[in-house]
Design a protein. Structure first.
Length: 395
């Protein structure tokens, strides 16, 4: 299963909007006789590829894969049928397919036909790999990860973000190793979002510079209620069907003109209704729109105001916060979350399932804002999930 999961990870950036799936066929002497990795562009599901490679050697033998085989017809036929046709004796899977069209029925069909089925092997790792797919296939909206890099005292910049401060003045707070991880996070995401404040202050590109393969370009999303985005910003200059600006739907001539100017440069401008009593786009409407575009995961690299808007709206599924061993201090320096705050410790956003990572001198905290098992009736809660803190020292 470890090897099947390793294969599945090769699908990061290539499988979305489908899940990352890896499969191996093992013969009675324990030798691997077939391997498969699912890539959306290549259509075929992982187990079909592994069975094709194994040919007659699949008969009576074991198929390991990180996701329950599908039993429905989508862009391909049901994998359960391919498994039965190949005469596989035993299927070992890490987790159920959260797709309601499958959701346990794949296992049922196999068992019914006399195949031995084991499920739940390395389920924790498997669920993590496909956490975005799981969220997307059930909600129709992307899984949201809020990422930020800050000093130990939670500061992301020296003074209030100010357009007059000059463009590209950002100095990275964290080091090279943390930056590589940021690009791995971007690579694993279908879309990235920042606020207009960040565009005006930093003139960022918001591109995936991981150099890892991806099927679709990283969709860049800017929250810009009043279309203040400069036509000569680096992000607009580099737009190639991969930039969308969410603005508010107040119609006025000046805004219309800007909209057309942006569209002429290949920028998609989407008017999003405002959240009740606020001059801010309704984030859930924006997320639903992204879901319709088959965006399964969104990385929010917000800026203080956007971070607050997402947290306040309860729109964050996961955080990935980088800390540099520095203390900036200062009453006017910018905290990673602004806004009015939650008001009481009891109301604060509470993180769970924490992992701690080290990147050179820096470290990161990864954690979840929702109970991933609360709404997923088809999953068993792995032993120890909930309060555990994992420590990772990858580099
Ligand atoms: C598997 N093996 O490798 C993958 C599965 O439109 P389709 O035919 O590609 O079906 C997509 C659905 O199939 C997807 O939502 C998920 O439920 C399942 N993905 N299943 O047995 C695979 N990629
Ligand atoms: Zn399938």
């Amino acid at each position: 299963m470890t090897q099947a999961l390793e294969l599945a990870r090769q699908g990061v950036g290539l499988a979305s909007p489908n899940p990352c799936v890896g499969a191996i066929v093992v013969d009675e002497r324990g030798r691997i006789v077939g391997r498969g990795v699912h890539q959306y562009a290549k259509r075929k599901h992982a187990e079909v590829l592994a069975l094709e490679e194994a040919g007659p050697l699949a008969r009576g033998n074991t198929l390991y894969l990180n996701l329950e085989p599908c039993c429905h017809s989508g862009r391909t036929g049901p994998c359960t049928e391919a498994i039965l046709a190949a005469g596989v004796g035993r299927v070992v899977a890490a987790m159920r397919d959260p797709n309601p069209l499958v959701g346990g029925k794949g296992f049922e069909q196999l068992r019914h036909a006399g195949v031995e089925v084991s499920e739940g092997v390395l389920e924790f790792e498997a669920r993590k790999l496909n956490e975005a797919f799981t969220h997307f296939i059930r909600s129709g909206a992307p899984f949201v990860t809020l990422k930020s890099a800050m000093t130990l005292d939670g500061k992301i910049a020296v003074a209030p973000l100010n357009p007059a401060a000059g463009k590209g003045s950002t100095t990275y707070i964290t080091g090279a190793s943390a930056l590589r991880q940021v690009h791995r996070l971007r690579h694993a995401s279908d879309a990235i979002l920042a606020g207009i404040g960040t565009v005006l202050a930093d003139d960022p590109e918001l591109t995936d510079r991981s150099e890892l393969p991806r099927r679709r370009p990283l969709l860049r999303v800017i929250l810009d209620s009043h279309l203040r985005i400069p036509i000569d910003s680096r992000i607009v200059a580099s737009a190639a069907d991969d930039l969308v600006v969410f603005c508010l739907d107040a119609a006025d001539a000046k805004k219309d003109e800007k909209k057309h100017a942006l569209e002429a440069r290949g920028v998609r401008v989407e008017q999003i209704p405002s959240a009740p009593e606020k001059r801010f786009p309704d984030l859930q409407c924006g997320l639903d729109w992204l879901g319709k575009m088959q965006i399964t995961s969104l990385l929010v690299e917000g800026g203080a105001r956007v971070n607050w808007a997402f947290l306040k709206a309860g729109a964050v599924d996961k955080i990935f916060l980088f800390y540099a061993p520095k203390i900036l201090g200062g009453g006017t320096s910018v905290s990673f979350v602004s806004g009015e705050g939650f008001g009481a410790i009891a109301e604060a956003a509470q993180l769970r399932d924490l992992s701690l990572h080290r990147y050179g001198e820096d470290f990161a905290v990864e954690g979840y804002l929702r109970d991933p098992y609360a709404s997923a009736e088809c999953f068993s809660r792995p032993a120890g999930a909930g309060a555990r803190v994992r420590e990772n020292h990858p580099e």
